[in-house]
Design a protein around this ligand. Sequence first.
Ligand SMILES: Cc1ncc(COP(=O)(O)O)c(C=O)c1O
Length: 451
Amino acid sequence: MGKILEQASPCLPNLLGPVPGPLARAIIERDAAAVSPSYTRCYPLVVAGGEGALIEDVDGNRFLDFNAGIAVVAAGHCHPRVVEAIQKQAARLIHMSGTDFYYEEMVALAEKLVEIAPGEVSRRVSFGNSGAEAMEGCIKLARYATGRDKIIAFYGAFHGRTMGALSLTARKAVQRAGFGPLVPGVVHAPYPYCYRCPFGQEPESCAVECVSFIENTILKTVAPAEETAAIVVEPVQGEGGYVVPPKKFFDELARVAKQNGILLIFDEVQSGMGRTGKMWAAEHFDAVPDILAVAKGIASGMPLGATVARADLMTWPPGAHASTFGGNPVSCAAALATIALLEEGLVENAARMGAYLRERMRDWPARFPVVGEVRGLGLMIGVELVRDQRTREKAPRLRDKVVELAFRRGLLILGAGDNTIRLCPPLVINRDQCDFAIETLEECLTTVQRE
Ligand SMILES: Cc1ncc(COP(=O)(O)O)c(C=O)c1O
């Protein structure tokens, strides 16, 4: 890891010509004929390989990756220690199915997740292959453990695309349209999106109306407390726009949940595994979930999801929940290597580089009229673009333009929410790479403003 963090200029982008090049164009054409049109591709990047925070495309162009495969490759692309763990494990045992047999890698990873999960709580782990599956485990366990069926989730939330997870998701209509009826019993509440407070408050006047609404309206009308199994929340809303709630939101949520015997499920699929500069976003708020969903960054790119629950809740009997591939030995080996790297310095690097980036971006709203707000924790940073800082009118097209321009300059970023740029680089990025990203984004913002 030291080597990667120490590298300087070889870690910066290098474009050989206009992108996409000819080889990329040919593959995109084949993709259009054979691959599902439901995938959203923001720009024509065709990846051949990756190392650290760099991506090389099929035409030999080098990009700086501030996406990390959508917040997945926590230890960077193909970290040597992760690759070694995968190769060693693959040579020994690729699959046995933890649903029916034992193997040590799964036990070791469960022990590690129990050790690092937020709060001093005795826990157990059930494995799946993705974030959505981790959420399915959360939903099923909450219903099973409480004997209640209703679940409260939040507007703007993204929890995945399987039917249960999709029922909690309330991000874009296109994600749900045509797929109903979804799982019944799910009710949505406004998320504490303070820049656009759903209750018209300012941070100073906020009385945590988002939670009062749950307590005084939802639980008293559509989801009676005695029928409500869980409240599901992303500690930092990811796809919704990298939205960071205030600590008092979590304090109040915990109070309401406790008073009503409702479980708290934290979806840390995007915010977990060191991304926010702490192992879990929950730690920023001193919040402790009853059940936790983990995926994305957990294995630096190998498919893996985990439902980590209070041991006294996870008492379902053999056969109640499992997955053939869930907790596959190769994914577990990659996860153990990733967590070791996180603990040896990558979480700290995320905190340090995140603080550095946000410090450099602090004056953006003053310098760029299109920047409404810069927010985030660690390396989970959102830049919300607006047409007018006073009215806060959203600027989705300008956002898309910045994303596209950045690509043309060798910086890979993505959008989140309607009009927010998301920065979620691998946790191995160094200062030179942060400087490149800042300077490139400043150029792009200047360009879109001029237009
Ligand atoms: C917070 C959150 N939960 C769940 C998911 C679903 O994860 P997956 O795509 O691995 O199913 C995502 C994916 O973006 C996510 O951001």
